[in-house]
Design a protein around this ligand. Sequence first.
Ligand code: SF4
Length: 260
Amino acid sequence: MGATGETQVSLSDTDARSMATTPRMPRVVEYNVQTAMEAEHHLIVAHEVTMQGYDRDALSMMAVAARDAMAPDRIEVIADKGYYKSEEILACEDARIAGGVHKPQTSNVSAREQFDKADFAYDASADAYICPASQQLIYRFTSQQDGKVIRTYWSSHCEGCVLKDKCTNSKERRIRRWEHEDVLERVQQRLDKYPTQIAARSMTVEHPYDTIRSWMGATHFKMRRLKNVATEMALHVLAYNMTRVIKIMGTPALVATMKA
Ligand code: SF4
């Protein structure tokens, strides 16, 4: 590992990696299969087998692959919280793809039952936030955080505020705003407008996984190494899509279309 710069080594399959998992699912060494489904016919329009142990860098890659496969004027992409990453959502917007991803709740203030950032309304015309006590948090300074340009705001009225206990344990409550925060706000507005979309996502994208898993049985990929596992997965996806198209069109119509 010292010679290669790798942080882990798998002896049974040198390309497999330890995946980030949930308490319900213990950490295992495997591959990460990304899929993009179209919502009307539940076909897999793009897929990718990766060695990345998490999903948060995959949103724009899969969204662009889905757009290129479907070639529509415009697509909307819905993904679960594991795909929430500001830079990835911005990359989707730059590719003219409307992203819909709920922000995971990681803030300590919510855990302490204090006001969340969402309780502060941004007033673009004044470049200021309005807090729950109707005070204005004005722009103070700009800094860099993890390569992102962040603007910081606070009010001069926090000391003596009757809501301070519910707001901050510090001298004043500070709100940080990414320079592209308007992109994230548009995502949230879309999700608020169409609250059933996230539920539709899980019904759509889990369908092929469950089907393919039931075909595979309770087992792992038969192949080893990324290239071979990717081929194995591509055959599963092809079989799944063929089965779906036969179900939708019927075999005679499919054969006629393929001959045409
Ligand atoms: S503590 Fe400051 S930011 Fe929080 S509600 Fe009071 S005035 Fe507003």
